[in-house]
Design a protein around this ligand. Structure first.
Ligand SMILES: [Zn+2]
Length: 121
């Protein structure tokens, strides 16, 4: 189990990462108003009436790339959000599969880890 001081340090790192990810997501994506855990690429405005097909193709490519980054950031963001929730709940540092303690070294490497080494993805 991680000691209180280490846990505090890891919590601070998670808070920091959480804030940074939120900023990045706000920058390139937008939050689904009906689901606070679901971010979407910032598609901008499509005006299919006036743009010719090559411009549209370019735009679609841009958006799909953006969507990929947003999905990655979103996964990490939700992961960090859950870790912060576990700190609040007092279940931080326990494997979500078997309930065993996650080694401190693993948490130092990835403060958002929610599984022991054996149950790592
Ligand atoms: Zn486990």
């Amino acid at each position: 189990m991680v000691d209180a001081r280490t846990k505090e340090k890891l919590a601070a790192r998670l808070e920091q990462e959480h804030a940074r990810l939120e900023l990045e997501l706000t920058d390139i994506g937008k939050l689904d108003p009906s689901n606070p855990n679901d971010w979407h690429g910032n598609a901008g405005n499509y005006d299919t009436g006036t743009a010719d097909s090559s411009v549209l193709a370019d735009r679609f490519e841009e958006v799909s790339t953006n969507e990929g980054i947003v999905t990655e950031l979103e996964e990490r963001f939700n992961h960090v959000t859950k870790a912060l929730q576990r700190i609040k709940d007092g279940t931080y540092g326990q494997c979500s599969v078997c309930g065993e303690k996650i080694p401190a070294a693993r948490l130092e490497a990835n403060p958002a880890a929610d599984t022991c080494v054996e149950h790592a993805e």
